[in-house]
Design a protein around this ligand. Structure first.
Ligand SMILES: *Cc1c(COP(=O)(O)O)cnc(C)c1O
Length: 358
């Protein structure tokens, strides 16, 4: 990455790096856009002598461009792109061994909860959940075997905010590493590595891709030893996206900054509309001063994001009715991208949160 001047976060701003970092003009043709390199294998001058690419599972020029770009946006020395957010998480957690313990925020993404409780736990990984809005709860949950503390901030659907710096301090005091799922905030609004986190993971399927047309995942870190282990696992396990997937995600990143600015602006308009409605009983948005995480969010985020949760009068029946009557917002899972989505988390993505109090 050293030859890429645009990777340097101190020399160029976020928008410039989103468009240029890792994206060298094509040496053969001068093309200004990163080519989609479909080749599965690359010619060698002599056995073992090549130009950095051997076989596309191991590395691929389109994936490499994406990896350098998103790592730069996260302020990370290393980044690895995967076939999905879940495969990024799975590959990362395979650095653990049986007997190691994970502390998971108690309203983690459902897929993360499933991966840890249904796939890793039977393979001998220990885990427990805790309310990580309170660093004292983490201190109580840490064990000598704790290797990873895993948080999201903000979370879905309650938009809970976790103080990254405070949690990093307790995590490190216990000799563990802090992983932050930064899918909701994106590196444009929040850079967890600069707040003390050790690893950032993404579902790039969401805002990074931004157009609801590509599934992908990412891991970023400044820990060189961990990055080497992850590159080994990435090649050994093979959960990599296609060159076209990587191209689409890289294309999405170019407009991430302008899209996030508009998402935040639009979320504020939706919040104002909901607050003015007599059919709405609660509005959850980290930008509201009465939100529990407002103070931490103001400290660690550039703005408050594009997700809004609310509770309507009339309970579950009224909520179900509302989700099927909106005209511009489509009823679908995920965060929305250039289009807007509405969902009922208790029934769709967060059955485990059904009936919970706000
Ligand atoms: C969607 C999502 C994931 C999983 O990513 P996929 O790309 O769907 O595999 C992980 N974490 C969060 C916060 C998500 O929203």
């Amino acid at each position: 990455m050293a030859d890429d001047i645009f990777a340097d976060a101190t020399a160029f701003g976020f928008e410039t790096r989103a468009i240029r970092a890792g994206q060298r003009h094509d040496a053969a043709t001068g093309a200004v856009v990163t080519p989609i390199s479909l080749a599965t294998t690359f010619v060698q001058e002599e056995p073992g002598v090549h130009r950095g690419y051997e076989y596309s599972r191991t590395n691929n020029p389109t994936r490499q461009a994406l990896q350098e770009c998103l790592a730069s946006l996260e302020g990370a020395a290393h980044g690895l792109a995967f076939a999905s957010g879940m495969s990024a998480e799975d590959t990362l957690l395979r650095t653990l061994s049986p007997g190691d313990h994970i502390v998971l925020g108690n309203d983690a993404y459902g897929g993360t909860f499933r991966l840890i409780s249904a796939i890793l736990a039977p393979a001998g990984i220990e885990w427990s959940a805790a309310d990580l809005t309170d660093p004292a709860e983490l201190r109580a949950a840490m064990r000598p075997e704790t290797k990873v503390v895993w948080i999201e901030t903000p979370t879905n659907p309650l938009l809970t905010v976790v103080d990254i710096a405070a949690i990093a301090e307790v995590t490190h005091a216990g000799g563990a590493k802090l992983v932050v799922d930064n899918t909701f905030a994106t590196p444009y609004l929040q850079q967890p590595l600069n707040q003390g986190a050790d690893v950032v993971v993404h579902s790039t399927t969401k805002y990074c891709g931004g157009h609801s047309d590509v599934v992908g995942g990412f891991v970023a870190t400044n820990d060189t030893e961990l990055a080497e282990r992850l590159a080994y696992l990435q090649n050994a396990i093979g959960a990599v996206g296609s060159p076209f997937d990587n191209y689409l995600t890289l294309r999405g990143l170019k407009t991430l900054a302008v899209r996030m600015d508009r998402h935040c602006e639009n979320a504020r308009a939706v919040v104002d509309l909901l607050l003015g409605s007599d059919k709405v009983t609660h509005v959850l948005y980290p930008g509201l001063p009465d939100h529990r995480g407002h103070e931490a969010a103001s400290r660690q985020m550039k703005d408050f994001g594009g997700m809004v949760s609310f509770r309507v009068k009339g309970g579950a029946d009224a909520a179900m009715r509302l989700t099927t009557t909106t005209e511009v917002f489509s009823l679908a899972e995920s965060l929305g991208a250039v289009e807007s989505l509405i969902e009922h988390p208790g029934v769709m993505t967060h059955a485990s949160a059904a009936g919970s109090e706000l």
